[in-house]
Every structure is written in structure tokens, then in C-alpha cells.
Design a protein around this ligand. Structure first.
Ligand code: GLN
Ligand code: ZN
Length: 770
């Protein structure tokens, strides 16, 4: 096939970089989980997958999308799919013959490492690691590139999805993760050099792939390079120019769209402009239209992502059209798109019957966003009048949103504008320590846990029964109190020093608070894939945040009434609440964070008044919102730290504030951890051999710290010797009077048997070392 690169007219006008694949009613989740559990067979799974792909294609075509992305389906993750395509699975899984079982083994382990997998034919295969996809809440599988990795092309999946669409009458545009992004996100193992050192070999496979796609009749291919919006690796623009000069020089190939998203690709855009690719996709929500206009893309088709693909707000169509018009003439031609794949938002507003009309009018989920893209493309081609109805409705919704009293609550606004540094600053931590020690009288190496205890079937049943009305509030409270009493008794029996209530009443550490705060609402079916078959249903933070009454005090006070040991109050911090919600986009994130912080602050004050001497405010997501560009990070960390401190500085010196952070690579947030100024910080450390402690020492951190002494993510129970060894490792870095002994995260995913044994060993180890 020959490519005519002289014509600037785009052969399509409206598209999306990708869509969700889990199913509007999580059909894929149910199908893969049934397959894993051996409750259904391969044919049943494949039938569900094919039907989902077909219905997604039909929906896009019906919406008026005139270039349909394909190969966006995945049984687990698109980065893992790319590893398969490039022959880059690690040797420990390649012993599994069946391709699908091998794939699932790479994703989630096999044999002893996972229960109920359809006979994977291997014994105890550890899964690949998983980590966050850029700054989203989606998690991808991290490919392992070792000296033994021998790349080879397996284009089965992409060719099959292309053919399937063609059979359905759809000329699909295959979407693949790009070579630079793939290698930049991979990790070197077994002493190999950085994966990017293998770029030449991998690009050779993409050359081969382009030929195969052309042979199969593909007119276009979309190659995703979101890594270009970061500065994660050196000289990305030069690398991009190099790679895409090579790929565009392939003689028989589809037209190439290099798609960027989640930010501004800056110099890389100009670099791509110098290559022979036909189109460049840009994120005009997170990125900047002037940058794109100045990038020298005069000869290129620009796929302009003006509809936000990762938040839930209805687009200001007039503003989006102005953005498109700003590019007219300056670029070769224009295609309208979402800023990124709509993988990151729920499927549709249809069925969200619990919303009031105003709220509904402000929102757009994937289906509604796809319609917005089409309306914008038609207005760009034919003028606003052509789409007057859609534009007027959007403008109308915007007006009601700007004037709705729930978005402008005077009491909160007044309180915020009166804040001063003293509101987020506690007295010197050493002075606090003295009064806290006197009040608490704890031993050195005090033992505690992170908050949650196993979420048993009884707990889930009670929650379900309350929802369906089978039990009333009083009965629900009685059952939760019984759970709390059990957990308190268990902790006393084990001999822990600082107890927790176990969090039985929390469905989720963010949703629990969102349900009780004004300014949030929960969707009925707003599920979004988090990883593999796991979905989350983030609350929507739409208005000013107001706490009407205490949210946790009764539970904590009840727990405290059962024991003479201190029970920690347990709250979620403002940054984490933001990170795991869809957040209003009409004011700076920092302002919203401070509002949430004030609500949490009021809760800490009420907890203190009810008798809590220790309060933990969890911020496991502190690192998640870290901006992709290094230059933007300082500002983020400044407001994030301030929000946490605002939420914890309202209590007396004698009240001990704990925080919990749960990831092991702290890197750039290490300084922020110290700045949080919690009296005690518990952190994940077991898997990284306490390295975090040396890092904290290096920045002069002097508050108390509870490095996790064992990994709760595995069902394996550590024996006392193992915990003792961990503890000694920690003691080499931090003296006993600053060290706490705890697991590295909450225990809700474990069984009571595992937890009991592990904590008995933890207490035994602490006593032995004391
Ligand atoms: N307190 C929470 C728990 O124990 C913390 C969870 C987390 O770190 N993600 O479950
Ligand atoms: Zn944790």
C-alpha cells in the first residue's frame, strides 16, 4: 500500500484514542473471574470478550465516530499485551504452553501463587509487578527485560482484532503501545542494562508489524507514546525523532498516528513534526494549545483531544471549539478526540437514576463524551449553528453549575480565606513528644496495626443487608459493634500496645467519607477498571465540602469503651480522598484539598474530645498525584503537605498524630514525608529491606517511624525469627525509642487465621528485641 502524505484532508474527523473494555456492567470482570475459578471454560470467556468488542464498536459507530480504535480490548492489561506481542514475557512463565494461561500467569501468578487458576501447568509462578499508569488510577503490568529476553514479533492479537472489526464492516485503527513508552515503563532484571538500550531491536519489530498491518489492510495505526509528556528518561525528543523517522520510512505501511496524552509533549511534538508520520495526537485538556500551535505541525494531521477523557465533567463545547479554531490553519488538518482513552471514566450516565437533574446535566461519562467529540467535529466543519442544540445545552448546564449554591457554600469559603500558617503548624515535635509520652506511657518498640482487620463475609453480608433493607440501622450497628468487639478482644489477646477498631463499617477508605460529606455523591454504576478484573467506583466531588456531623466518632468511642489500651482514631487524608475521587475542575485542586482538609480537621477535634489520644490520618495516595513533569512537583507537594497538616494541626500537643503511607519507592516525596510532621509515620518497607529508613535519616527526619516489618500482600505468615530479623534491620537505622513495630499495610485482605499468627509473631519479636 502506498501512502499519500501530500493531502492534508484527514480521512476521518472524530475519534477517541481508546475506550474501556471491562463492560458497562463489568461483564469481562465476571467472565475472567469465572474462568480463573474454573467455573466456566475458554469458549465462554472468548464469547463474552467478542461480544464486548462488537458492542463497543457498534456504540462508537452509532455515535458518529468515523475512525474506530481496535486492539483496545484486553483480558488484563495493554502493556502486558504489548509484552506478549514483542515476545518479552519472562522465562518463568514461558514454560506454560497455553498462551492464555501463560498470559494470566504473568498477570497474577500461577500454581501456589494464586488459587483456582485453570490448571496453569506450573507450580508457584510469581506474577510480574504492577504499578500505576502515569498519574491515573489504572495499574499496568511491568514488563521484565533481562539479558535473556529475545524479542520476537507475535502480532496475533492485533491482527485478529483488526480482522474481527473488518468482518463487522468496520475499518478499525489498531492501537498499540509505542516502543519508547513500552521500554521506558519496563524494568531491567537479572543485571540487564536499562530496557531502552534495546530500542533498536524493538523498533525493528515495529517495522515488521507495520508491514503485517499493511498486508492485513489497515489504513491507519495509532502508536501510543504517553511517555513523551514526561521527563522520565533523558532526551525523549531526540529519541522520538529517531524512532519515528525510522518507522515512517517503512515503504508499505498504514498511516501513522503517534498519540500522546496526560500532558504536554512539548519539544517532542516538534520532533515528531520533523518525522514522516502523518498524524500526532495531543492532549489539549492537560496540555496547552499554544504549545501545540507553536510545535511546527503545519504538515501534520493533529488529533486534538479537547474532551477530557479522564474526568467526568460535561465539556464546555464553546470553549473547546475556540481551542480547535486556534489551531485552524496552523496545523495540516484537525481531527477531534478525547484527551486520552475513555478507559478512565465510567461507561454511561444512562441508569444513573439517583442524580438530580442539575447534577446529571453537569456530567459526561464515556458515551456522552463520544457524542461531544462528534458534535465538536461537526461544528468545526460546519459552524456552531450546525450543532446549536448540543452547544446550547452544554452552555446552559455550565450556567447552572456556576450558580448552584452547593458549589459555593459561604461558611466554608469564609473559613478558608481566614486560614493562616498557624492553622497548619503544630508546636515543635520534640515538645509534643514529651507530653505524648507522659500521656500514653508506651513501651519502646510499641506494637500496632495499620487499621483494617479482615473484611469477613459476615461484614459484607451485613452491609448488603442494610443496602437492600433486609436489616435496619440499629441491627447493622449491632453487627458492626460485634465485629469491633471481636477485633478488640483479638488484639488484647495477642498483646498489641495500640489498638484499632478494625474498620468493619468501611466499604472503602474514601467512599466511606464521601458518603457522609456534602459536596460528594456516589454513582450507581460508575465503575472504572483499576487493574485486571478489579474495578473501583470513585465518588464524584462536585461541590463545596462540608461535614455536617461526626463521621467516625461513635465507632472509635465504642471500641475505646471496651479496652484500657489506647485505640487509634482512623481517618483518610485529604490528598487520598482527592486522588481516589473524580474532582471538580472549576477551581484549583489545592482549594478543594483544603476544603476536605477542614472536614477531616473537624473530625480529629471531635475524636480528641471523645477521648482518642491517638489519631491516624492515612495518606497512601500522596505520591499518586505527583505531577508527571519534575518542574511541577514542588508546587504540588507544597499544597498537598499543607492540606495534610491543616487536617491534623487542630488537636492538642498531647494528641499523637499518626499517618500511613503505603508504597515503597518514595523518591521525590521523601522530603514531603518529613514535612507532614506526623508524630508517627508507618510505611511500607518490608519488601525494600528498610531502605526508606536510611533515606529518612539522610534528610534529618527525627519523628517516630513504623516501617512495616512484614509484607501483608502475601498470604504467607512470617515466623517470629523473620520479624525479628526485619526489626533488627530497622534498628540498625533508627534507635528503639523512635521505632514502632507494625505490618506494612492494613489487614483487610487477609484471613483471621493468617492475621492472628502473624501478629503473635510480631509481638513476640518486639518483646524479644526489647
Ligand atoms: N487504614 C487503612 C487500612 O488499614 C489504610 C489502607 C491503605 O494504606 N491503603 O486498611
Ligand atoms: Zn497501606
Amino acid at each position: 500500500m502506498s501512502v499519500d502524505t501530500t493531502t492534508p484532508t484527514p480521512p476521518f474527523t472524530a475519534t477517541v484514542p481508546g475506550t474501556a473494555r471491562i463492560g458497562a456492567n463489568r461483564e469481562l470482570k465476571r467472565a475472567v473471574e469465572a474462568y480463573w475459578a474454573g467455573r466456566s471454560d475458554r469458549a465462554a470467556l472468548e464469547a463474552v470478550a467478542a461480544e464486548l468488542r462488537a458492542s463497543d464498536r457498534r456504540a462508537l459507530v452509532a455515535a458518529g465516530i468515523d475512525s474506530v480504535p481496535v486492539n483496545t480490548f484486553s483480558y488484563y492489561d495493554q502493556v502486558l499485551d504489548t509484552a506478549v506481542m514483542l515476545g518479552a514475557l519472562p522465562p518463568r512463565v514461558t514454560t506454560i504452553d497455553d498462551p492464555l494461561d501463560r498470559y494470566f500467569a504473568a498477570a497474577r501468578g500461577a500454581g501456589n501463587a494464586v488459587s483456582g487458576l485453570n490448571d496453569p501447568g506450573a507450580d508457584g509462578v510469581a506474577p510480574l509487578e504492577m504499578t500505576k499508569w502515569f498519574d491515573t488510577n489504572y495499574h499496568y503490568i511491568v514488563p521484565e527485560i533481562g539479558p535473556e529476553t529475545a524479542f520476537s514479533l507475535d502480532a496475533t492479537k492485533v491482527l485478529a482484532e483488526l480482522a474481527e472489526a473488518a468482518a463487522d464492516g468496520v475499518a478499525g485503527r489498531p492501537v498499540i503501545v509505542g516502543p519508547i513508552t513500552f521500554l521506558a515503563l519496563s524494568k531491567a532484571v537479572d543485571g540487564a542494562d536499562a530496557p531502552l538500550s534495546r530500542i533498536g531491536e524493538v523498533v525493528a519489530l515495529y517495522v515488521e508489524l507495520l508491514g503485517a498491518l499493511a498486508d492485513a489492510g489497515a489504513q491507519w495505526v495509532q502508536i501510543d507514546e504517553p511517555i513523551l509528556v514526561t521527563d522520565a528518561v533523558g532526551d525523549l525528543p531526540a529519541l522520538a525523532e529517531d524512532v519515528y523517522t525510522t518507522l515512517s520510512a517503512v515503504s508499505a505501511r498504514p498511516r501513522i498516528l503517534v498519540q500522546t496524552y496526560f500532558g504536554d509533549a512539548r519539544e517532542s511534538l516538534a520532533a515528531l513534526g520533523r518525522t514522516g508520520v502523518e498524524a500526532v495526537g495531543v492532549d489539549l485538556v492537560a496540555g496547552d494549545v499554544d504549545t501545540v500551535a507553536a510545535a511546527g505541525l503545519g504538515g501534520k494531521i493533529v488529533v486534538a483531544g479537547v474532551v477530557d477523557g479522564r474526568n467526568v465533567w460535561r465539556t464546555d463545547l464553546d470553549a473547546a471549539l475556540r481551542t480547535l479554531e486556534a489551531l485552524r490553519g496552523g496545523v495540516g488538518s484537525l481531527v477531534v478526540s478525547t484527551s486520552c482513552s475513555t478507559l478512565h471514566v465510567p461507561y454511561t450516565l444512562a441508569g444513573e437514576d439517583g442524580l438530580d437533574d442539575a447534577l446529571r446535566g453537569w456530567l459526561a461519562f464515556a458515551a456522552e463524551k463520544h457524542a461531544e467529540v462528534v458534535a465538536l467535529a461537526r461544528a468545526y466543519a460546519n459552524g456552531r449553528a450546525d450543532q446549536a442544540e448540543a452547544f446550547d445545552a452544554a452552555a446552559q448546564a455550565l450556567t447552572t453549575r456556576a450558580t448552584d449554591p452547593r458549589l459555593h457554600v459561604e461558611s466554608v469559603r469564609t473559613r478558608l480565606s481566614a486560614l493562616a500558617e498557624s492553622d497548619w503548624t503544630r508546636p515543635d515535635s520534640a515538645a509534643r513528644r514529651t507530653v505524648q509520652d507522659a500521656a500514653l506511657n508506651l513501651p519502646a518498640l510499641a506494637t500496632t496495626t495499620i487499621g483494617s482487620y479482615p473484611q469477613t463475609t459476615d461484614i459484607r453480608k451485613a452491609r448488603q443487608a442494610l443496602r437492600t433493607g433486609a436489616i435496619d440501622d440499629a441491627e447493622y450497628t449491632r453487627r458492626m459493634q460485634a465485629e469491633i468487639a471481636d477485633v478488640i478482644a483479638l488484639q488484647e489477646k495477642i498483646g498489641l500496645d495500640v489498638l484499632v477498631h478494625g474498620e468493619p463499617e468501611r466499604n472503602d477508605m474514601v467512599q466511606y467519607f464521601a458518603e457522609q460529606l456534602d459536596g460528594f455523591f456516589a454513582t450507581a454504576n460508575g465503575w472504572v477498571q483499576s487493574y485486571g478484573s478489579r474495578c473501583v467506583r470513585p465518588p464524584i466531588l462536585f461541590g463545596d465540602v462540608v461535614r455536617q456531623s461526626p463521621m467516625t466518632v461513635d465507632w472509635i468511642a465504642y471500641a475505646q469503651s471496651l479496652t484500657s489500651k489506647p485505640v487509634k482514631g482512623m481517618l483518610t487524608g485529604p490528598v487520598t480522598i482527592l486522588a481516589w475521587s473524580f474532582v471538580r475542575d472549576d477551581q484549583p485542586l489545592a482549594d478543594t484539598a483544603f476544603q476536605v482538609a477542614l472536614a477531616i480537621r473537624d473530625e480529629t477535634v471531635d475524636l480528641e474530645r471523645s477521648g482518642a489520644a491517638i489519631i491516624q490520618v492515612d495518606e497512601p495516595a500522596l505520591r499518586e498525584l505527583l505531577p508527571l513533569r519534575a518542574a511541577d512537583r514542588e508546587e504540588y507537594l507544597r499544597w498537598a503537605v499543607t492540606a495534610f497538616r491543616l487536617s491534623t494541626a487542630g488537636v492538642a500537643d498531647a494528641t499523637q498524630i499518626h499517618t500511613h503511607l503505603c508504597y515503597s519507592e518514595f523518591g521525590e516525596v521523601i522530603g514531603a514525608i518529613a514535612d507532614l510532621d506526623a508524630d508517627v509515620t508507618s510505611i511500607e518497607a518490608a519488601r525494600s529491606h528498610m531502605e526508606i529508613l536510611a533515606d529518612l535519616n539522610a534528610i534529618g527526619y527525627r519523628n517516630q517511624v513504623g516501617p512495616g516489618v512484614y509484607d501483608i500482600h502475601s498470604p504467607r505468615v512470617p515466623d517470629a525469627d523473620e520479624v525479628t530479623a526485619s526489626l533488627r534491620e530497622a534498628l540498625a537505622a533508627v534507635p528503639a525509642d523512635r521505632l514502632w513495630v507494625n505490618p506494612d499495610c492494613g489487614l483487610k485482605t487477609r484471613t483471621t487465621e493468617e492475621v492472628t499468627e502473624a501478629l503473635e509473631n510480631l509481638v513476640a519479636a518486639a518483646r524479644a528485641v526489647r
